[in-house]
Design a protein around this ligand. Structure first.
Ligand SMILES: [Zn+2]
Length: 501
């Protein structure tokens, strides 16, 4: 290519639990438009080689906290604006499609493939599309068809998120510069659906399964390789694990995809929870009996970063019912968190040091517990958080409960210290989270996964999936040996015929 290629960036990223009653609205995506999209990519900063390698155009990119499904009208609004912005751009050589891959929209299956189909209708068949995803996203045959290059994270927790996005962009630039025909795409669906809490790449068997990705990618003729665990808390036919490899050598691509799929399938029985697991009361008993401080407990069923509403009061209600934390000098427990706009307003009005009686939670998700009432002292108040907007801490006995105006994940030590809390000095820290994000992992002297109810219940089989493909491990104990041979997906410029398997 004689002059610099013209490349656009677009995408919508979230993961949606169809078992959560919450809804993710258009505003929740904090959409970036035009230049903002390009400027927010660190690897496209002024002076970076990738920045100079192309003429960049941002269309629209949005990223929402995981949550419930997106209402159809909200999706239509975002998709319409995204495609309208693409239509205004000069003819494109490439598109970087920046998605998560587990968004659900009410009344629509396989949303990311739908979005890319709409994008193709505007930009045409010619541009090369490179897609980057979360490894908890789903790759349907249709999505694999619409894109030309595709990859996902190789680490969970996702410490390689930026590196993955940069790789997807670099692959796109290199492909455009090569002048080669579209890459071969080998796709292998794997009939396994597991929660992320059983597939952390910090531990075996996922560590070894994922170590193979870089190995096969290094082979001649292979451009990129990836394994998707898939998303366990949505109920669509596409939800399952997938291995996919792209490259210039047809045989090498097929061989690599089959090896990755076979490795994942062979490990299926060995995926186990990343920490000891118990009920919440069992977890509290173990924490109280332990000398490890702080003892961190994941209240996993309502994890907002997996798609839980984050608004359940069940965990805090159970905690406050325990007699061990009733007096001020009992072992300190920090609980993060329950949303409650009215409770936060009351606490802010009363001020730090005041005693308040407030009610929070269960505005969206009341299947397992109603709102929780706390009578306690306002310990701290903080304004200005991107997600929570306003946060308050109310102390009840030795429990420091964080209440928020809007839901917020608590992943960093400063999320606590900003609220005048000292998680390292606490006896117990309970967080609505699954596997611990790195800072909490480092902070925890010991850790347990509480298998609590909610929209992202870790006990998948009791959730009641009805539309996933069967047989599926672990839903069907003996589904027989699946066909893990590589399926070549036609180039995006060719029709996709044959059966959707
Ligand atoms: Zn993920």
């Amino acid at each position: 290519m004689s002059s610099r290629p013209v490349i656009a960036i677009a995408g919508l990223a979230t993961e949606s639990s169809t078992f959560s009653p919450g809804r993710t609205t258009a505003e929740d995506f904090h959409a970036q438009r035009g230049h903002e999209v390009v400027d927010s990519c660190a690897f496209l900063a002024e002076g970076q080689p990738l920045r100079e390698a192309a003429e960049w155009h941002g269309a629209l990119r949005g990223k929402a906290l995981p949550g419930g499904a997106v209402p159809r009208a909200d999706y239509e609004r975002l998709a319409d604006e995204l495609t309208a912005r693409l239509a205004e751009l000069p003819p494109l050589d490439g598109l970087y499609f920046d998605i998560h891959g587990a968004m659900s929209v009410e009344g629509l299956d396989d949303v990311e493939a739908d979005l890319l189909r709409r994008i193709r209708a505007v930009i045409g068949a010619r541009p090369i599309v490179s897609t980057s995803m979360d490894l908890h996203g789903n790759v349907s045959r249709e999505l694999a068809h619409q894109t030309d290059l595709i990859t996902c994270y190789r680490l969970a927790p996702h410490e390689d998120a930026e590196e993955t996005r940069e790789r997807a962009v670099r692959n796109l630039i290199e492909h455009l510069a090569s002048g080669r025909p579209r890459p071969f795409k080998a796709w292998v669906p794997i009939p396994v659906l597991l929660p992320g809490e059983k597939t952390s790449t910090r531990l075996e068997p996922a560590a070894s399964v994922y170590a193979r990705v870089a190995e096969v990618e290094a082979r001649p003729g292979v451009l990129d390789a990836a394994i998707w665990v898939g998303y366990a808390w949505a109920d669509e036919p596409r939800n399952r694990a997938v291995a996919m490899v792209t490259g210039t050598d047809e045989a090498a691509v097929a061989q690599a995809a089959q090896e990755l799929a076979a490795g994942f399938w062979a490990a299926r029985d060995r995926f186990a929870f990343v920490a000891p697991a118990d009920t919440l009361d069992g977890a509290l008993d173990r924490a109280l009996a332990s000398a490890a401080r702080p003892f961190v407990i994941s209240d996993s069923g309502d994890n907002p970063t997996a798609g839980g509403s984050g608004d359940m009061s069940w965990g805090l209600t159970r905690l406050l019912a325990r007699p061990e934390f009733r007096s001020d000098d009992s072992p300190v427990v920090i609980y993060a968190s329950v949303p409650g706009a009215a409770a936060v307003a009351t606490a802010v009005e009363a001020g730090v040091g005041a005693t308040v009686a407030v009610t929070a939670g269960a505005e969206v998700d009341f299947a397992h517990a109603g709102p929780v009432t706390l009578t306690g002292v306002v310990h701290s108040i903080r304004h200005g958080d991107r997600d929570a907007e306003t946060e308050v801490v109310v102390r009840v006995g030795s429990v420091f409960a964080i209440l928020t105006r809007r839901r917020k994940p608590y992943h960093h030590e400063h999320d606590f210290t900003d609220l005048d809390l000292a998680p390292r000095d606490a006896a117990v820290v309970i967080v609505k989270i699954g596997y611990l994000e790195p800072e909490l992992f480092d902070l925890a002297a010991d850790w347990i996964l509480a298998l609590t109810p909610g929209g992202v219940d870790q006990d998948l089989v009791r959730l009641g999936h009805r539309r996933i493909r069967r047989p599926m491990f672990p839903f069907d104990a003996d589904g027989g040996e699946p066909d893990l041979s590589a399926r070549f997906i036609p180039a995006s410029t060719e029709p996709l015929d044959g059966i959707d398997e």
